[in-house]
Structures are given as structure tokens and as C-alpha cells.
Write a protein that binds this ligand. Sequence first.
Ligand code: NDP
Length: 329
Amino acid sequence: NREIHLASRPTGWPTAENFRLVEAAVPTPGPGQIVVRNQYVSVDPYMRGRMNDVKSYVPPYRLDAPLDGGAVGEVVASQAEGFDPGDVVLHGLGWREYALLDATAARPVDPTLAPVTAYLSVLGMTGLTAYAGLLEVAAMKPGETVFVSAAAGAVGSLVGQIATLKGAGRVIGSAGSAAKVDRLRALGFDAAFDYHDGPVRDSLAAAAPDGVDVYFDNVGGDHLEAAIAAMNLHGRAAICGMIAQYNATEPPAAPRNLAQVIGKRLTLRGFLVADHGHLREQFVTEVAGWLREGKLSYDETIVDGLDQAPEAFLGLLRGDNLGKMLVRV
Ligand code: NDP
């Protein structure tokens, strides 16, 4: 049973030395418990925050203990009613080969309805983040212009497509490479740009000549500043993430134009997907329908081997991924 432990807390950008591969015993379940052999584990940007020893909405990872996070796997031993070996479950003890957990913390998933990876991406927390952020937090209305950053990533690529499916007038995405920009166009984005090609403010102004009504922020910093500059009267921003500053050791230099929220009567609203569970049923029904009808695509970047999980995580922060970054255990 291999596990990835946090060996030390990163300062700035994490390195391979912050992680350690540890051999541990395969656990056995007690009453009410199951043991799951993980098939896929998720690596997510929020994990960077949990590597710092600071108080936040989720507790920090402990040193010299396995990290955790979303995972899907097969039950291999069970002492819990309703769970049998062979069942596939979604749970929160990733970054390890074998997970021991209370059955109440596992959610059965149906591998015949969708590939199991989809429960960690389009049909899971990632998809719900896009759906809830765009439709509930930012309350996008048909005809509006939507801008999303980190648009070729897991959440962003779904935000843009859902916006189009829900009747957005114009959908614009930014991403970190020409290949990603091409992918966004293929996914149906009306405009896309590589944020390395010039100031985000200029690229966005060119892509959104009539301004932006809804901004879905995954990046913060200069992207948020550019969006504030481009936003129309009564514009709304769903503040989902600020990945540009997760490894920062200095406070961000932008946005410098926050005062514009007053004159433009903007709403900038932060949110956590965990608060939007009430949308889950509606979200699964609608998104599964779009998938079935071939109206929604989702990308996954799958890295092989649990020992490669730290490298996959570093790759996620660097932008190596198209769509959801996953590790096949
Ligand atoms: P992604 O799949 O989008 O992966 C992260 C991407 O961020 C990378 O691929 C990279 O793409 C981009 N990126 C990294 N650094 C920068 C930078 N300095 N400037 C611009 N882009 C950068 O991850 P997720 O879809 O899982 O998450 C997207 C965002 O949503 C994150 O900020 C995350 O924290 C947040 N989130 C928030 C949730 C909530 O409940 N509020 C829930 C889930 C996610 P590129 O090549 O384009 O640079």
C-alpha cells in the first residue's frame, strides 16, 4: 500500500522534495468500514492552500501523513451493510493506493452510466463548481457576454460550454498556450486568447468589444483587473479561484481598479462548491443529458502511477493539463 505524504511545507512553488512516497500496511476494515483500492485520484489547485499551515475553509494537511482528496476506487473489503467487494465508490481519501474509511463517507457510483473518471471531473465536484458558479452565483442570463479564465482547465472548459448551452450571447476564454486556445475554439468558445500574448486587459478588450456581463474568475490578479475594466454596468463576477497567487510569497499587485465596482455597480461574489449541494440533482440530470446528446465535451489529462501524483500536481500548477488532471493509481 503506497501513500504520498507531505514531507515539508512548500514556500512559494512546491517541489518534489515536499512529498514522500511511503509504504504502509494494507488496512483491514472495522465495523461499519470499507477498504477501497483507489483507481483514480484527483489533484486540484485547492490542495496547494492546504499545504500551508494556515487557517482556512479546509484544515491544512498534516506533515508526515498521507495527503487526501477526491478519489474513485473499488471496494475490496467491507464490514458495512450495503457495500460489497467490487462496488465502485467516490470518496475523499486519495493520494494512496488503499483507503480505509467509514462507509458513510463513501458514495456509490455507477460505472455503467459513465466512465469512473467522470465522477471526479464533469459529473463531480468540478462540474458542479462550473454549473453552480455560472448559473447560481453569477446568475448568467441568455444573451450575456461571459468571460472565463483558466478556460482550458477542468472547471473553465465546462463554464464556457455551459454558458453557450444556456444561451450566452458571447463566450470568451483565456488560457496559457496556443494549443489550449485552439481547443477552446473547437469547444465552441466565440473567442479565446493566450494570456502570454500581451496584457490581459488589451486581449480581453479586443475579444469583448461590447464589454463583459459575467466573469468567472479562476485566476485573480491581472485577469480580475482586466475583467473589472471590461465589465458592463451591473456585471457579476463569480470568484471561484485565484490560482495566479497560490504560490505567491508577496501580496498580488492587481486588481488596482477595484473602485470601478462602485460606478458600474458590479457584484464580485466568492463561493465554495460545498455550499451548492442543493443543485446536485439538477446538475447531474442536466449535464448527463448534454453528455448523452453529445453537446458537452470534457477533457482529462491522466498521469500514470501514484508515485507520479506529486509531479501531476506540480504540472497542474504549471498548466500542463487540458481539462481535469487525474492520476491513475
Ligand atoms: P484547472 O484544470 O483549471 O487547472 C489549473 C489551471 O490554471 C492550469 O491548467 C493553468 O492553465 C492555469 N494557471 C496556473 N497558473 C496560472 C496563472 N498564473 N495565470 C493564469 N492561469 C494559470 O483547475 P480546476 O479547474 O480544478 O480549478 C480552476 C480554479 O477553480 C482554481 O482556481 C481552483 O482553485 C478553483 N476551484 C474552486 C472551487 C470552489 O469551490 N470555489 C472548486 C474547484 C476549483 P494555463 O495553461 O491556462 O495557465
